[in-house]
Write a new protein. Structure first.
Length: 141
């Protein structure tokens, strides 16, 4: 999977997660107890699982963006409807949405990459300290 395909998958996962949380379902679809249950065989599409920890990480990355890019990402991936409807919600032209998405995606990817590198470096430091037999979190200075 290419980097851009992985970013698109990540943002779609985040959009499902964000929409579920906004619907009061804490990441899960709401259920109305009085409504009949639909047999899974009648559903036209498979349910795509939401990866919560990845969505939370993506949410942190999105919050690092400028307000205009953050709003564009949220409207594009969380709100339903056409691109024209989304442009109207944001009060911008359709090409502006596409331009903002092209700017935001690499910024999100860079944030995630840097976070993973920081975690890897911390994990390697901790493992090195464990192997040396020194207590973790105690400076020798």
């Amino acid at each position: 999977m290419s980097s851009s395909e992985d970013m698109e998958r990540r943002l779609q996962n985040w959009g499902r997660w964000k929409h579920g949380a906004g619907a009061g379902g804490l990441g899960y679809a709401k259920v109305r107890m009085g409504e009949p249950v639909v047999d899974g065989g009648d559903l036209p599409d498979a349910i795509i699982p939401t990866v919560n920890c990845e969505a939370e990480e993506t949410d942190q990355a999105i919050w690092s963006l400028s307000s205009e890019l953050r709003a564009t990402i949220e409207v594009y991936y969380v709100q339903g409807g056409s691109i024209a409807r989304k442009a109207k919600l944001l009060a911008v032209a359709e090409p502006t949405i596409h331009s903002r998405l092209r700017r935001a995606r690499p910024l999100i990817e860079r944030w995630v990459t840097e976070k993973h590198q920081q975690r890897r470096a911390e994990r390697e430091r901790t493992e090195a300290l464990q192997q040396s037999g020194r207590p973790i979190g105690v400076d020798s200075g």
